[in-house]
Design a protein around this ligand. Structure first.
Ligand code: TMP
Ligand code: ASP
Length: 244
């Protein structure tokens, strides 16, 4: 299935049409951005690494009964995905306090939450992806109440599966961001990617707060060795089979 027209170019991926209207081709880029694209750069090999990590994790989730947009990964930095209408929501799940949760609440970095926190952000670059209350989410008609329940349940189930998987890799899943879409049959599918760009991942064998970081925070905060950290995640993820 060959790539057709460029449909959409985001910060980390380009989506192309294919000869099947139900299928799109996602091309993963090496480009990296942070802080709503105020910081820009490139991470060598990121496109291929994130495509391979996402492929493995989508296959794991599918095996565990989660419906995703993933169909196939025909080349190192390309993924065939089901065509969906993306809900303009970023669903964030947190197990440990970090990032904006720490900054906005004052809860110290590294505090372990007694239960996972699910948050919804408005996927809108012009507005800086603000945190939503459920009333604002309904005011903006971003999802129906039934969809919000479905998203919460799916996000918590995905968190359980991914946390267990990363544990086997010697990595703590601190938090992560998910995006969902709706296909032509109105099925809710997990979309976008799951990678060190969209997760906070801490190496369990390192307690130093900078050394342990294996994700895009290395790029965001100029911690160095970004490619090496992504490569470590890739190697550990691929070393774990997706069997239950
Ligand atoms: P935050 O602590 O900055 O709100 O980020 C929470 C999680 O969401 C973290 O794993 C990084 C991820 N994330 C994205 O994937 N894209 C984004 O634009 C932002 C702000 C966060
Ligand atoms: N998606 C963010 C950006 O706008 C990056 C991030 O902090 O993950 O550039």
């Amino acid at each position: 299935m060959s790539a057709g027209q460029k449909l959409y170019e985001g910060k980390a991926k380009i989506l192309y049409t294919t000869d099947d209207p139900q299928v799109l081709l996602a091309h993963f880029k090496d480009d990296a951005t942070a802080f709503n694209a105020q910081k820009r750069g490139s991470i060598a090999g990121k496109g291929e690494m994130n495509c391979a990590i996402s492929t493995h994790l989508f296959q794991l989730l599918e095996a565990e009964g989660i419906s995703t947009h993933w169909i196939n990964s025909p080349s190192a930095n390309e993924m065939q995905v089901r065509t969906v209408k993306i809900l303009p929501l970023e669903v964030v799940v947190r197990n440990i306090v970090a990032g904006s949760l720490s900054q906005q609440t004052g809860i110290p970095l590294g505090t372990v939450l007694t239960q996972p926190l699910v948050e919804f952000y408005y996927k809108n670059d012009a507005l800086g992806d603000p945190l939503l209350t459920s009333d604002r989410l309904f005011l903006l008609k971003l999802a129906t109440p039934a969809q919000v329940e479905q998203l919460r349940d799916a996000a918590l189930k995905i968190n359980q599966i991914l946390s267990g998987f990363f544990e086997k890799c010697g990595i703590t899943l601190v938090d992560f961001k998910l995006e969902f879409g709706v296909d032509a049959q109105n099925h809710l599918l997990l979309a976008d990617e799951i990678s060190p760009d969209t997760c906070r991942l801490w190496n369990q064998t390192d307690s130093d707060p900078n050394q342990r970081v294996m994700d895009k925070d290395r790029f965001r905060h100029d911690l160095g060795n970004v490619e090496a950290a992504y490569r470590q995640v890739l190697e550990r993820v691929l070393a774990q089979s997706i069997q239950k």
